[in-house]
Design a protein around this ligand. Structure first.
Ligand SMILES: Nc1ncnc2c1ncn2[C@@H]1O[C@H](COP(=O)(O)OP(=O)(O)OP(=O)(O)O)[C@@H](O)[C@H]1O
Ligand SMILES: [Mg+2]
Length: 359
């Protein structure tokens, strides 16, 4: 069902992503670390789940936000271990893999249930053992930014674990995603040279918003699937106001099942604005310059030279290289694109918010 508020997990329910899904599966075969990046609500978790359900390799998928909420406070070694154990106890784990696990010292298998001897084993031990399976094993981590609540050093030991696995365990693959700012900025530390993951190659699958026709086609298909007649004018208006982030389109569709077009559109816009605003607030916490750069672009300063002048006119005597760094970060996060030396915002809801004074 397309109009489902939860992430999709079946390929049949995944609309579009004809390029990204095969690219992700291919990446999991070949790269020790793969990232799914893109704006909030764009479909990162859905792509992760569908790829794992399709790929032939064994995997464990951990939602760190869930682990954090179950752990009520800080995440400890045991909380993480239990989450991995639970995943390996899934019915979908193959008999061959269970047979392999049964022979590993420190792991016991009873029917479908897998148990680690956590008194002796650490997660690095377990990964070391899983590496001996001889085929890729994928540890997929969603909401990775919640690792800041792991242990006493804000998740540094997890970053070290991933870095160590990258260097030593040829069959272990990490698939990482999360809510973009905390994930990219804090967890992966792409502007922090001390981060253990810094400098290691990570293959990135970037999700972009759908283009106009694709968004309209999605809404039409989703509404018709829910037995609603899709009126072209309404679809066009919904697309024009909500643009191409699929999570926002799903919100419209879900409201539209029960309400009229205008009301559904208002509700969806309200939700979209609140998600984007909270991400902007997160961004501002890292540096007010990111927000300024976005606002300058929204108000028409789209070339590098005009952006630099806009910063200087605002009283910020920032260097060229700092402005360039900020623009790189914003591009990496998928908030802006660069085409023919011009910077542009990727989403119209977001552009409207930035033009207002309220951020
Ligand atoms: N390709 C797709 N086809 C159909 N529905 C999708 C697709 N991608 C995402 N969705 C829907 O969009 C919404 C958001 O998807 P998802 O949770 O996967 O996004 P996300 O990027 O992980 O969001 P967040 O940043 O909040 O974690 C959900 O309702 C999901 O079912
Ligand atoms: Mg998600």
């Amino acid at each position: 069902m397309l109009l489902d508020p939860k992430p999709k997990s079946r390929a049949d329910d995944l609309f579009g992503r004809e390029d990204e899904l095969p690219a992700l599966k291919e990446s999991l075969q070949n790269n020790p670390i793969t990232l799914i990046t893109g704006m909030r609500r764009i479909g990162k978790s859905s792509l992760m789940k569908v790829a794992l359900s399709e790929i032939e390799y064994e995997s464990a998928q951990i939602d760190v936000r869930k682990v954090y909420s179950d752990a009520s406070g800080a995440i400890g070694k045991l909380d993480l271990a239990l989450a991995v154990e639970k995943q390996l106890s899934k019915k979908s784990v193959s008999r061959k893999f269970k047979g392999f696990l049964a022979k590993v010292k420190g792991i016991s298998v009873m029917g479908n249930t897998i148990q680690f001897d956590w008194g002796k084993a650490t997660l690095s031990d377990i990964l070391d053992k899983l590496n001996n399976y001889g085929e890729p094993f994928i540890l997929a981590i969603d909401e990775a930014q919640y690792f800041r609540y792991y242990g006493s050093r804000g998740g540094k030991s997890i970053q070290n674990l991933i870095a160590w696995s990258y260097d030593n365990l040829e069959n272990i693959r990490f698939l990482l995603t999360g809510s973009e700012i905390g994930f990219l900025y804090d967890f992966l530390g792409f502007s922090d040279y001390d981060n253990p993951l810094h400098g290691r190659y990570m293959n990135e699958i970037r999700l972009h918003p759908f283009k106009q026709e694709k968004s309209i086609r999605f809404l039409k298909t989703a509404l018709e699937e829910a037995d609603l007649v899709a009126v072209r004018d309404e679809l066009e208006e919904a697309q024009a106001l909500l643009d191409g982030i699929i999570g926002h389109l799903v919100q419209y569709g879900l409201h539209r099942i029960r309400k009229g077009h205008k009301e559904a559109l208002e509700e969806a816009l309200r939700a979209a604005r609140s998600t984007l605003k909270s991400e902007l607030a997160e961004l501002k916490k890292r540096s007010p310059r990111y927000l300024l750069a976005l606002q300058f672009i929204a108000s028409g300063a789209v070339r590098f030279s005009s952006l630099l002048r806009a910063f200087q006119a605002s009283g910020d005597s920032v260097s060229k290289s700092r402005v360039s760094d900020a623009l790189t970060v914003l591009q990496k996060m998928g908030w802006i694109e660069k085409k023919d030396s011009n910077y542009a915002l990727v989403d119209v809801v977001f552009e409207r918010i930035l033009r207002e004074d309220s951020v």
